[in-house]
Design a binder for this molecule. Structure first.
Ligand code: PLP
Length: 413
């Protein structure tokens, strides 16, 4: 079964009882069992069944199974948000005294959590570039995982997943990959050696910008030994250890579960992922080429001048995602440009059906230190663009007029 067919038919069979053709929404907190014996068996893990939505819910389970299948994992656990997925996936593994080794320029929320983990005695080191060779010298006895994003936001640097997996495995540690920006349509990190894949499902997987969610998928090749990861002492299920502990200790206990309604809505969006990504990647590449052709400084992995264009091309199958950045010389011009666009919405998220823009330095990075901004490639004149599904010609005209309009301050200003 190919990707789009799997999206539509992979896990889906019309509901046997009613013939319902969508995944039913079980909008409930709890599930009643007929007998105390049944309840005991479910709690003991001797009988499949549902008890309480924080632990499991059929709508959420169906969504988890679909993402798991698309990623080629051995199990997936849905979370309340992408941030809940990042937090719970990392805390599932590390403890006081451990270190995380990450690429620079991570999603702002993620680097913010990593900084906060310092207060629990969990350290983080950032590699100066995302070349695998830049990670190796930073691995210590304390390093318990390598954490990267497929395409940095808004730096747009590309992680060499296979190379990083080789480095991680040579040191007996797992590779975590945030695949939000690329989705399994462009990139399947497990096939390249990654061990844990994380998504914010609020973005392109949903595609319509109507619900927050996240998911953590386990690849199944890494051995979570209790000597190396004491947290798995009670969870020694071989390759399944990570995902079993993730559900039982993290999401069930810490409580960052996905809402059934969000799983339902995101599942509907997921049906059209491939169609949307084809359109979005095509629009983004054409817009990047158009803006670069007008002489502007444009960053996009799909442009031949991008330092990792060849890696991006090989790793993502000739598609390069929705995100590009544009430098306009000054913060003032960047603001005038954003204010002049008719179609692009000025919002802080990515992965909507509509084109989105933002000025990262004054928003997402407003509380970041200078060094963090520099690591993330954020300058005062930078505009981040997330291309949507609009007709390309309308985007082209709109961006062209906004570039013109932003050239000089308006006389009234
Ligand atoms: C948005 C995003 C997150 C956080 O996800 P939320 O659903 O907003 O909590 C994490 N990583 C990346 C790469 C993102 O784009």
């Amino acid at each position: 079964m190919r990707f789009t067919t799997q999206l539509l038919h992979g896990r889906f069979a019309p509901d046997a009882a009613t013939g319902c053709v969508t995944q039913p929404l079980y909008q409930t907190s709890a599930f009643c069992q007929q007998t105390a014996e049944d309840m005991e068996k479910i709690f003991a893990g001797r009988k499949p069944g549902f008890v309480y939505t924080r632990v499991g819910n059929p709508t959420i389970a169906a969504f988890e199974q679909r993402i798991n299948a698309l990623e080629g994992g051995i199990g997936a656990v849905a979370c309340a948000s992408g941030m809940a997925a990042v937090t719970q996936a990392v805390l599932n593994v590390v403890q006081t005294g451990d270190e995380i080794l990450a690429s620079g320029g991570l999603y702002g929320g993620t680097s913010s959590i990593f900084r906060d983990l310092g207060s629990y005695g969990i350290g983080v080191r950032y590699a100066p570039s995302n070349e695998p060779a830049a990670f190796e010298p930073l691995i210590t006895e304390q390093t318990k995982l390598i954490y990267v994003e497929t395409i940095g936001n808004p730096k747009l640097d590309v992680a060499d997943i296979q190379g990083l997996a080789d480095v991680a495995h040579a040191h007996g540690i797992p590779l975590f990959v945030d695949n939000t920006v690329t989705t399994p349509y462009l990139c399947r990190p497990f096939a390249l050696g990654a061990d844990v894949v994380i998504h914010s499902t609020s973005k392109a997987l949903n595609g319509n910008g109507n619900s927050i969610g996240g998911i953590v998928v386990s690849g199944g090749r890494f051995k979570w030994s209790a000597e190396q990861f004491p947290k798995f002492r009670e969870f020694s299920f071989g390759p399944m250890s990570f995902v079993v502990r993730m559900r039982q200790r993290m999401v069930t206990d810490y409580g960052g579960c996905m809402a059934p309604f969000n799983a339902y809505l995101t599942g509907i969006g997921l049906d059209t992922l491939a169609l949307r990504m084809d359109r979005i990647c095509d629009n983004a590449k054409r817009l990047a080429e158009d803006l670069a052709g007008r002489g502007y400084v444009v960053n996009y992995p799909g442009l031949p001048g991008h330092p990792q264009h060849a890696l991006a091309k090989a790793q993502f199958g000739g598609r390069y995602g929705a995100m590009l950045t544009l430098r306009l010389g000054t913060k003032e011009r960047a603001f005038r440009f954003i204010n002049s666009l008719h179609y692009a919405l000025n919002v802080s998220n990515i992965g909507d059906a509509r084109t989105l823009v933002i000025h990262p330095a004054s928003t997402i990075f407003i509380h970041s230190r200078g060094e963090e901004k520099a690591n993330a490639g954020v300058t005062d004149d930078l505009v981040r663009i997330n291309v949507g599904l609009e007709d390309f010609e309308d985007l082209q005209e709109d961006f062209a007029q906004a570039l013109e309009a932003s050239k000089e301050p308006s006389p009234e200003a």
